[in-house]
Design a protein around this ligand. Sequence first.
Ligand code: HEC
Length: 277
Amino acid sequence: MKKFTLALAIFLSSFFFSLGLSAAAGAPCGNYLSSDGSTKGECEEAYINPKDKASLQRGAQIYMNYCLGCHSLKYARYKRVSEDLEIPLDMFQANLIFGDQKMGDLIQIGMDSKEAKQWFGNTPPDLTLEAGLRGADWIYTYLTSFYIDDSRPLGVNNKVYENVGMPHVLIDMQGIQRSVCKQIPLIASNGGLKQDPLSGELLTGEKCGFLEVDNNSGELNPEEFAQAMLDLTNFLAYMTDPMKVERESIGTYTLLYLFVFTMLSYLLYREFKKDLH
Ligand code: HEC
């Protein structure tokens, strides 16, 4: 009994310790301010679905057109992507492969990493495993958080990745996004909204750092842009874990098999037990 209590104590303390660790990881999304201003540094949740082939196809299209110039996917091959995403080979070859690359090639780029470091201050990293490193929420929030900042060499900055070296390559699609200040309701010490004690009117204060896109400055409206970035994030998440859907379905079958096997073993056990009496 003592041993059991000890084991339980160790288990519980390591569980709470790991919870504490993940909470202590702090603000993963830098200076990103949620749209209501209530949280800073928390990433937006990216609701992506690895089974949504249409979304993955749209994501691949954006990637090949806007990102592959700088970021390779050097642990993946074109052919595998075209098969997994169910894009017919000839269509893939005609629209998504540039230069003299072949279907069987790894998805590499021609940019010289030393030169890239000179141009951008940092080498654009390979993104095959990016979703495993940063998580989908981080990537999605990062892609939607570029804003105009004239003090930076490229004229843009990013809320998630302060002073980033990457240009805002999707500015035509998104439009001109700025970091703005807004009047928002003040929060009282009891957690409610602060009111003027005499008139009962809500008190507001200025808070800065909200992201706002200039009206009609981009090819897509904000909802369409958010969807496009979800598709792109979905594609990068697929890149990191191309087996995810298959793995999960194998898991279901395995559990089902184990369940049936347990039932059969139990019946066998009952048969054996009969002979003992
Ligand atoms: C003109 C070159 C260029 C293009 C095009 C480009 N990037 Fe980048 N990207 C960079 C550079 C340079 C960095 C490194 C920035 C730094 O570390 O300061 C970077 C960094 C990133 C990071 C963060 C990597 C990390 O974890 O540190 C992500 C994610 C990313 N890019 C995604 C994309 C996506 C998605 C696209 C296509 C929409 C794209 N990039 C297009 C140059 C580019």
